[in-house]
Design a protein around this ligand. Structure first.
Ligand code: PGA
Length: 237
């Protein structure tokens, strides 16, 4: 695993530069993408680059990383809604190659198996992830084994309460579905995006603490092409 630290002002363009170069090298890139606050400036920058004709997602494939259970379709906190708002509305991805969890038809466990198989059928070239305040990746909460498949999960309290950061919620979801640490770890390349001083404590544990399920993001330390892309605020102590 490598660690790349950038000034706050240039962090998003640095990530976008790397991403642009991957897409130019391999236009059919198969990616797993996080939602949440962290990647928003990167997604905005990629939208500007697509508009300027500097890069295209037209032949790429995307799998959204996770989804809450119990929120109705179109809810602003849903991960598929956030991906639409923050990225898909601004880039030229073919909607037929965007995978989101279909959790509205009653059998999320079956949907997870289908989703896992679709990821493994072709694999992932790149996973772009955020870092949870408790060290989770996607909704792989502390205690998750490193080979966990895509599945239904019970959310940690911190994650449940944190959902309200993304919009209005009558009640916080208690469960979600997530791409597992297994398929994430099998991606050819995994990037962990981390920005802001509020992540400094957990990032230092990811980088220097013991590797293991207590901090799922430490899985990246074992990945030959794991890359932490942090801004300077996230590494200040
Ligand atoms: P954030 O969420 O990007 O909104 O900070 C990251 C996470 O909890 O996985």
């Amino acid at each position: 695993m490598r660690v790349d630290i950038q000034p706050v002002e240039t962090w998003a363009s640095r990530v976008a530069d790397l991403w642009t170069s991957r897409l130019l090298d391999q236009p059919t890139l198969r990616m797993c993408l996080a939602t949440g606050a962290t990647p928003v400036p990167v997604y905005a920058e990629m939208g500007r680059r697509v508009a300027a004709g500097a890069v295209s997602f037209a032949r790429a494939t995307v799998f959204v990383l996770d989804e809450w259970l119990g929120l109705p379709p179109g809810h602003e906190v849903r991960c598929d809604s956030m991906l639409q708002r923050d990225l898909l509305a601004h880039v030229d991805l073919d909607p037929g190659r965007v995978h989101t969890f279909d959790v509205d038809d009653g059998d999320p466990a079956a949907e997870c198996r289908t989703y896992d198989a679709a990821i493994r059928d072709g694999g992932l070239d790149l996973a772009i992830l955020g870092l949870g305040r408790n060290g989770h990746l996607g909704m792989n909460e502390p205690g998750t084994v490193f080979d966990a498949p895509t599945r239904i999960v019970e959310l940690a309290e911190e994650t449940r309460l944190g959902a309200a950061r993304y919009g209005e919620l009558a009640t916080s979801p208690t469960h979600g579905v997530t791409v597992g640490l297994g398929p994430i770890g099998d991606a050819a390349e995994v990037w962990l995006l981390v920005r802001g001083a509020e992540k400094a404590g957990i990032l230092s544990r990811v980088l220097e603490g013991p590797v293991g399920p207590d901090i799922p993001a430490t899985r990246l330390r074992l990945h030959p092409r794991g890359l932490v892309l942090a801004d300077a605020d996230a590494v200040s102590s």
